[in-house]
Design a protein around this ligand. Structure first.
Ligand SMILES: Nc1ncnc2c1ncn2[C@@H]1O[C@H](COP(=O)(O)OP(=O)(O)OP(=O)(O)O)[C@@H](O)[C@H]1O
Length: 477
């Protein structure tokens, strides 16, 4: 049976027979539809629909006072985003054709088979989501304002592509479907995931987890939880993150690094909406919306036998967001510098320094492979070291010259130089490792797959090392 547990779309049934309303309402609830409204008098519908766009309508044709045909015509004119599914005992082809011409999305003849009913609803929900997305994107083209700008207030930007992303988020936020966010490291994927959560107005929590460091058993344990005695050492029951994010959003960061087995488990969760805590044979229903993020284009890896399962990719990317890197939105850099300087000063209990023109110009010219996180590191460091009351180039120059994305020494290894000359001291093994990673990223244009190949390690291993390093260097994260 189809499961609509993740769907927030309201389903409205209009029928003058109470027994029919009760039967459909029961059926819809058993399919997981949370928001069902029944209307026994078609004249009341207009008031119920006021201001609503995220809904699907099941409509009877033969009703007193106002017929289904009349309602259908009004719906086309007044509520063009709401798909209407006719549900009637009338099996005449002519009537069905007429209704479809009048804009009905589907035509079901009573008694309706449960699967047919479920498929019609699924299509209706998809059409509704697409119409709302289209409407929102049209609004963007015409420069319309956001409905809930406060949901995006932590994302500092004046970039039109980013504003397009905000409009898209508003359009898809309430669909309950998974969202995939693609973007380079530090570009703001987690901030965007939070904005999706806020815009969806879900009552539950936003729960974030980086899945790159989790092998398959740990992935299951972290997401699904376990029962006492599930394995040696499982001394008490443990709630999984799906439960902690119930009625909210579960953000899975670095999803491209998931093992094949974990991918299968995630796919099952998305398809069936149920999971089993380790050690339990009682299925639990998940009510968390899944948002995934990756810092590379997963579709390069996607194939039936590829690194990332095709079916999972398409399921996850029902809504797909691509964040532009900072170097493609240089207009944001001055804005971000002021914002970050203010924040840094506040966190250090100091007056925010002035910002010199050259300071801004130097940063605007920088390619920022580490994106906003890299900029944030420079600004916090500069504010901390600033003594003159003004941020000047010397506060960042040295650091930008001597560090690349990952903060490794800039000098390249040269046959004539000893390790001491290069590092200024005899380096520890860990420093050499860092250096090699920096060089590999440099040579591979920051492509982690190729860098891992050069280093002779797996991408997961490289990703873990970079994460650890970022965690050490990034302020406030
Ligand atoms: N537009 C922005 N405005 C303000 N702060 C931002 C913006 N974009 C990113 N940041 C800040 O930069 C840092 C990195 O952002 P975030 O963690 O969202 O990036 P990410 O793409 O999820 O990175 P990763 O791929 O490494 O997980 C955070 O401290 C975040 O607050």
């Amino acid at each position: 049976m189809l499961n609509f547990n993740h769907v927030d779309t309201e389903v409205i049934i209009v029928d003058d027979e109470k027994s029919e309303l009760d039967a459909y309402s029961f059926l819809l609830k058993s399919m997981g539809v949370k928001n069902v409204t029944t209307v026994d008098d078609s004249r009341k519908l207009e008031r119920i629909l006021a201001g609503k766009n995220n809904c699907v309508l099941f409509l009877d044709l033969n009703m007193p006072h106002k017929s289904g045909r009349q309602v259908l015509v009004e719906m086309r004119n007044r509520h063009p985003r709401v798909p209407v599914i006719i549900c009637t005992a009338n099996s005449e082809i002519e009537t069905a054709v007429e209704c479809l011409k009048l804009g009905a999305h589907d035509y079901l003849v009573k008694p309706v088979n449960m699967n047919t009913f479920g498929s019609a609803l699924r299509n209706g929900v998809e059409i509704c989501t697409l119409r709302n997305e289209l409407f929102s994107l049209k609004g963007l083209v015409h420069g319309e304002k956001l409905n809930s700008p406060q949901c995006f207030s932590s994302i500092i930007t004046r970039d039109p592509v980013m504003h397009g992303v905000f409009h898209y988020i508003e359009a898809v936020a309430t669909s309950g479907q998974p969202v995939m966010i693609l973007g380079e490291t530090g570009a703001g994927k987690e901030l965007v995931a939070r904005a999706i959560h806020d815009a969806s107005r879900l009552a539950g929590n936003f729960v974030a987890v980086d899945v790159s460091g989790l092998d398959d058993p740990l992935f299951s344990d972290t997401l699904f939880g376990h029962e006492k005695g599930a394995y040696t050492g499982a001394e008490i029951d443990r709630r999984g993150l799906i439960e902690k994010a119930a009625g909210g959003t579960l953000f899975l960061d670095e999803i491209g690094e998931l093992s094949r087995n974990s991918q299968i488990k995630l796919l099952r969760l998305l398809q069936e909406g149920v999971y089993y805590p380790l050690g339990s044979d009682q299925p639990r229903r998940s009510t968390a919306r899944i948002v995934g993020a990756a810092n590379r284009e997963l579709n390069h890896l996607v194939s039936p036998e590829g690194e990332f399962r095709m079916d999972l990719y398409y399921r996850l990317s029902t809504h797909l967001i691509r964040l532009p890197p900072l170097r493609e939105r240089k207009n944001d850099i001055p804005l971000l510098i002021s914002h970050l300087a203010e924040k840094a000063a506040k966190s250090m209990n100091r007056k925010c320094p002035e910002i010199s023109r050259e300071f801004v110009d130097t940063l605007v010219r920088h390619p920022f492979p580490g994106n906003v996180r890299e900029l944030k590191t420079y600004i916090y460091d500069a504010v901390a070291r600033c003594r003159s009351g003004e941020l000047t180039v010397d506060l960042i120059d040295e650091r930008m010259q001597s560090e690349k994305l990952t903060g490794f020494p800039a000098a390249t290894l040269n046959d004539n130089r000893s390790l001491e000359t290069l590092f200024g001291h005899f380096p520890e093994l860990s420093e050499l490792t860092q250096y090699a990673i920096g060089e590999a990223l440099e040579k591979s244009d920051n492509n982690q797959s190729r860098a891992a190949e050069l280093l002779g390690i797996s991408k997961q291993a490289l990703s873990k090392r970079l994460k650890r390093r970022r965690a050490k260097t990034a302020p406030g994260k």
